[in-house]
Design a binder for this molecule. Structure first.
Ligand code: FAD
Length: 482
């Protein structure tokens, strides 16, 4: 990995606007006021500072204009005006992203899709849910469940929007068995940079009709189009589900069991890895007690299916395999409240890390599952040898680790230097192991230099050509991804 210069991960501060741009913003604002009333349009100091950052808070910049549309036509209207005045447009979902993707780093217009928050309905015959993009993941999941279906993607942050999940191709806990968000999106309606409304994908279950532009837009982080409606794939609700908590006295032994489990052909729904530090931080953050502590590291698995017998066979084989390879014990979480408590803890580890330090930044690398142990070993030794706290957990069944680099009491200069060196080393190791920069959180603003440094130049040229073709004026989420 060559030529890394991660200066972009630094704090980005609000700058004064050049006069030409200021005139363009004024012109657009006047036109937008003809279409949107004061409830749907805010500008300047009326905009709440929460819109200036995302959940990671490493990048801060406010938009000049904030629009809260209620329908696809509203979004189209905004983009037509933005296109004419050549003003940047940033789509915003729940703002739970971790890479500065939803931050208006050049100001301009932010479209807050939280206003498009209606579930349109369920197509029972085709097992699909149709929704606007601002509906929260937890509400989509609950609605599907109430109608006897499972919406499979299960990222940790349930207050993210479906539009945000689609635009980052969010992963989450159940990706081992059901795949990531892209695998659960059948069709989308998008608004393009010039303001055209376009339908991509379809109700069909297979499709070889030309380029798959739906899958291109999914995961493009608002840089190619804005998603205004989605048709999501549903599964029948699994009748049975059981979780296992498998503790180890050594983190290397725990993580080494992940490829071993998957090699048997058993497909758990979820396969998570975490260590004792995550539990201690969570207990402190949540003022709660983790049920089975005192071990160095854990695997947490869920098995779901149509028969209890099939689930039991799968988890018994997994338990025996792990016990034969250094597991200290196996806890079957068949008590629902116990299982809920363990999963609640797992869902809050990120917040627990954030709560434990003055500042932090994250690595969301994904490596082949066979290289997970190497990546975890390297992270431990890097942290110990370089005087910087790095904690981690992750969706191990997909080789996806979330590593948190913590500032603690480092002064500003040491923090910036150590953070940059840790990024270089850990991304460098992931690259050496044939991994990728992001498994699910995306590239956004903060990780662009690392995407460039680890991607074949010809691939970067193709990505830039796609961006130019779909957004020739570079209006959609500029300075993001590529
Ligand atoms: C505690 C916690 C746990 C998390 N766990 C997971 C996890 O397990 N898996 C995972 O993948 N992520 C996880 N995340 C990250 C985050 O929740 C996801 O990236 C999520 O998909 C972001 O959705 P959002 O609605 O908050 O989008 P935002 O943060 O608002 O935006 C994210 C990106 O999508 C773009 N965007 C948003 N809506 C649209 C739209 N309608 N059209 C076009 N572009 C749009 C934005 O411009 C931006 O680039 C976690 C975050 C937190 C805080």
């Amino acid at each position: 990995m060559d030529n890394i210069n991660p200066t972009q991960s630094a704090q980005f501060s609000q700058t004064s606007m050049d006069p030409v741009k200021s005139d363009r913003i004024e012109g657009a604002l006047e036109e937008l006021k003809e279409h949107f009333g004061p409830d749907a349009l805010k500008s300047g100091s009326e905009i709440n500072s929460d819109y200036g950052h995302d959940e990671m808070e490493t990048v801060f910049h406010l938009p000049d204009i904030l629009i809260t549309p209620t329908c696809t036509e509203d979004v189209s209207q905004v983009l037509r005006i933005a296109d004419r005045y050549e003003i940047p447009v940033v789509a915003r979902g729940g703002g739970t992203g971790l890479v500065g993707g939803s931050v208006a780093v050049e100001g301009g217009i932010m479209i807050d899709l939280a206003g498009m928050n209606k579930i349109i309905g369920i197509d029972v015959t085709n097992a699909m849910l149709i929704t606007q993009p601002g509906v929260l993941l937890k509400d989509v999941a609950a609605y599907a469940k109430d109608h006897g279906f499972l919406y499979a993607p299960d990222p940790g942050e349930k207050t993210a929007t479906i539009g945000g999940n689609i635009s980052t191709n969010a992963g989450g806990m159940r990706a081992v068995k059901y795949g990531v968000t892209r695998n659960s999106v059948e069709a989308i309606t998008v608004v393009t940079a010039p303001g055209d409304i376009v339908n991509l994908g379809g109700i069909v279950s297979k499709n070889s009709s030309g380029f798959d532009l739906k899958d291109l837009i999914i995961g493009s982080e608002g840089t190619l189009a804005i998603v205004t409606e989605a048709r999501l794939k549903l599964f029948p609700l699994p009748k049975f589900s059981t979780s296992l908590l498998i503790p180890f006295n050594d983190y290397h032994a725990a993580i080494s069991n992940v490829p071993r489990i998957l090699a048997t052909g058993i497909r758990p729904t979820a396969l998570e890895f975490f260590e004792e530090d995550s539990i201690a931080l969570w207990e402190n953050y949540a003022h709660d007690s983790f049920p089975e502590k005192g071990f160095k590291a854990y695997l947490l698995l869920t098995f779901d299916g149509a028969s209890q017998q099939a689930i039991e066979e799968a988890y018994e084989e997994t338990a025996e395999l792990c016990l034969a390879h250094e597991a200290a014990d196996v806890f079957v979480l068949d008590d629902q409240s116990l299982s809920d408590q363990v999963w609640r803890a797992r869902d809050s580890f990120l917040e627990a890390f954030k709560n434990s330090t003055s500042q932090m930044d994250e690595i969301d690398a994904v490596v082949p599952v066979g290289s997970l142990a190497d990546m975890v070993d390297f992270t431990h030794s890097y942290s110990e040898n370089n005087g910087i706290r790095i904690g981690g957990f992750g969706h191990a069944g997909n080789g996806n680790l979330h590593l948190y680099i913590c500032r603690d009491d480092l002064n500003d200069r040491d923090w910036r230097t150590k953070l940059r060196l840790a990024f270089d080393a850990l991304y460098g190791k992931a690259y050496e192991l044939q991994g990728k920069i992001s498994g699910e959180h995306g590239i956004g603003y903060a990780k662009r230099d690392y995407l460039v440094a680890t991607t074949q130049p010809q691939v970067l040229t193709m990505m830039r050509a796609v961006k130019r073709a779909l957004d020739p004026k570079n209006i959609l989420n500029p300075q993001k991804v590529i």
